[in-house]
Design a protein around this ligand. Structure first.
Ligand SMILES: [Zn+2]
Ligand SMILES: [Zn+2]
Length: 126
């Protein structure tokens, strides 16, 4: 089993990204992402960034980032600069390997139309 793959997935996981987002970013299937995260449960543990309380995920609910609304408000109030970064997504181009940013679009795979066209020419193989 490629540890490089697990590391990539767990890196995103530790940033608090969901399975679906990680699958989109890495190009691995959502089942692969899930099984990697399940095999490394302690890396999955999340803490409230405001007070440090342990967050318990609720099944069938959106993942919580804060333990409470009070903490969420307090955190956003003390990190006004983070608000503006909400719509920026960081990607690695699947074609040329260059990192690039996308504003407001979280489904991009390639840094440019040229890379997109090149990838298409090569075939759909990731
Ligand atoms: Zn908290
Ligand atoms: Zn590219």
């Amino acid at each position: 089993m490629a540890t490089e793959m697990s590391q990539e997935i767990l890196k995103y996981r530790s940033q608090g990204l969901g399975y679906k987002r990680i699958a989109t970013l890495t190009g691995y299937s959502i089942n692969t992402v899930k099984s990697v995260c399940r095999r490394n449960p302690d890396r999955e543990e999340k803490l409230c960034p405001q007070c440090g309380a342990k967050l318990t995920p609720t099944p069938h609910h959106r993942e919580k980032k804060f333990c409470s609304d009070a903490c969420r408000m307090a955190w956003w109030n003390s990190h006004p600069e983070a608000v503006n970064r909400k719509a920026v997504y960081h990607f690695i181009c699947a074609q040329c390997g260059q990192p690039f940013d996308s504003y407001g679009n979280d489904h991009r795979k390639y840094c440019s139309r040229a890379c997109y066209a090149q990838a298409r020419r090569k075939g759909v193989r990731p």
